[in-house]
Design a protein around this ligand. Structure first.
Ligand code: 3NM
Ligand code: MG
Length: 534
């Protein structure tokens, strides 16, 4: 029995007024069983032992009908009395070793853990599975020890992956705030290989209380959740990357021809570029979007996102002038775009500059999936930290300007690739040479012009440009990004070469003209780009 347990949709019950209300728990659980939950934990922190046993017996009868295991939270005695399949033990409950002695090897014993150390001990003591949390803050359990987020979970999973056979094989579920709006993204983000070829340890299931027990229709919610768990999220449309560029002329030719096609597509399809951007660049970003053939809307109010997300365009979240209210608006928009599968570009402007911005970045990374994250070196370093990497550099970003590079091209490429692999997206680090990667293929592009560093909003409007490219070229988001970068940077080169351009001021209008003129002509600049990176 134990080896075949399906942990994928793990229902944890709750009998409180706030969640169960006046309904009958056994009926609610039966509906969830009909909807497809794969394992049930009876969790009741307040009832007397007699009530616990009689309810558990009824639940066990129902579960047996559906061939689904029933576990009891905390109470080894209740599990014994009922003869159900096992127990779930919190950190303050009976020691796993003692519970095992009482229950025997055939019963399932699960343990709540929220750190690597707790995970190590639970595995050592013989837990069959770990309930890892708290993923997100939840009304259901207010006295949780730590909110560890996707990063904390990933760290525990990587630890288990590398700490020997026993921990590699232990089953895992995540718990805390999981619901239909985030379940696919959470599972997607918890798949975090260390290198392109490695198969990481993945989460075996999601444990859910309120989203099922508190639902009006637990059956349909469970079956919807089951469907979401089994299918890939709407934003993961692109094909799996399969190679890694080493100065490959054929690949460069493909990129050039793709870039031309994608550029033409932006013109013909005129995708919506929904910008939630900072006060400084709104006008410029709208002009750039128009010049490349996209259809811009500057809409910072989150409530507008659900209508806009249905129009086949893409969203830019640019946190250049972030406020608490702005952050709430971004989160709303991110949730609806993720659900609709519309691409999102995150531009973490000045993310390393203040603790407010670092915190905002952490919150955004926890709130959704970003198809592409772009930033200068300091910003991408802040992203790396927020994504759970430890960097030994301590330099403090001053403004939103990029500053001097601290790293070699190879180091920058390595960092970008690692973040992309972890976040399962595209990461672009801009600079004199831009490095862009999907975690497997990594390209370095040396186009552009120094004037781009002398005007405001050149990074932000590149984000706007990339959103349009992602919207029209979802089949390969990395190629879409490369196409957008080339369009943008080759236009800058042509603009800077114009006789009437004398400096940054005259560069801006010339640049907009060249962005407009370069539609479909990316291949003209090909002799000057395509350097590869490792
Ligand atoms: N244990 P919901 S969080 C029972 O972190 C429980 O160990 C947690 O409820 C932990 O799915 C939690 O309604 C409640 O957010 C999860
Ligand atoms: Mg407990």
């Amino acid at each position: 029995m134990i080896s075949q347990v399906d942990y994928s949709l793990y229902l944890v019950t709750d009998s409180t007024e706030a969640i169960l209300g006046s309904r009958d728990l056994v009926e609610v659980v039966e509906q969830a069983l009909q909807g497809g939950v794969t394992i049930v934990q009876y969790r009741d922190k307040t009832s007397d032992t007699g009530v616990l046993i009689s309810t558990a017996k009824k639940l066990h009868e129902k579960c047996k009908q559906y061939n689904i295991p029933l576990l009891i939270n905390d109470r080894v005695d209740v599990a014994l009395a009922v003869g159900c399949e096992g127990v779930h033990l919190g950190q303050d409950d009976m020691n796993i070793v003692e519970a095992r002695r009482i229950l025997g090897d055939d019963k399932i014993i699960g343990a709540t853990v929220s750190s690597i150390e707790e995970a190590r001990i639970a595995v050592e003591r013989g837990a069959d599975y770990l309930g890892i949390g708290t993923l997100y803050a939840t009304q259901t359990k207010k006295n949780t020890k730590d909110i560890i987020g996707v990063n904390g979970l990933r760290n525990i999973l990587s630890y288990l992956d590398e700490a020997g056979e026993k921990s590699k094989n232990v089953k895992t579920v995540c718990i805390g705030g999981v619901n239909a709006s985030n379940v696919q993204r959470v599972i997607h983000q918890l798949y975090a290989p260390r290198s392109p070829s490695s198969k990481p340890k993945t989460i075996d299931g999601v444990a859910i209380v309120s989203a099922i027990v508190g639902a009006k229709d637990p059956k349909s919610v469970s079956s919807h959740l089951q469907h979401l768990i089994k299918s890939s999220p709407p934003f993961s449309k692109s094909t799996d990357p399969t190679f890694w560029l080493e100065k490959n002329e054929d690949e460069i030719k493909i990129l050039v021809s793709t870039a031309d096609k994608a550029t033409a597509s932006v013109h013909t399809k005129s995708p919506l570029s929904h910008n939630m951007t900072n006060l400084v660049v709104q006008n410029f970003a709208a002009n750039v979007a128009l010049a490349i053939g996209a259809s811009p809307i500057m809409a910072n109010y989150g409530e507008e996102a659900s209508d806009l997300s249905r129009l086949g365009g893409a969203l830019v979240v640019n946190m250049g002038t972030v406020t608490p209210e702005g952050l709430l608006n971004y989160k709303k928009a991110i949730t609806v775009y993720n659900a609709a599968g519309g691409p999102i570009v995150l531009d973490p402007v000045g993310a390393g500059a203040t603790s407010v911005r670092r915190d905002a970045l952490g919150q955004l990374l926890g709130a959704g999936y970003f198809d592409l994250i772009k930033g200068n070196e300091r910003e991408i370093m802040a992203v790396a930290r927020a994504s759970g990497f430890t960097l030994d550099d301590s330099s403090q970003q001053r403004g939103v300007d990029s500053g001097d590079s601290l790293f070699s091209l190879g180091q920058r490429a390595y960092l970008v690739r690692r973040i992309a692999l972890r976040e399962r997206n595209i990461v672009l680090m801009t600079g004199a040479t831009d490095v862009v990667s999907d975690g497997v293929r990594t390209y370095a592009i040396s186009n552009g012009h120094a004037y781009l560093g002398k005007i405001t909003g050149s990074g932000c409007t590149l984000g706007t440009t990339l959103s349009a490219y992602l919207a029209v070229w979802p089949q390969d988001k990395l190629h879409a990004a490369v196409a957008g970068i080339l369009h943008y940077e080759i236009a800058a080169e042509y603009a800077a070469r114009r006789e009437d351009v004398k400096g940054p001021g005259t560069f801006v209008p010339a640049f907009i003209d060249e962005l407009f003129a370069r539609g479909g002509l990316v291949s003209e600049g090909k002799e000057s780009w395509g350097k590869d990176a490792k």
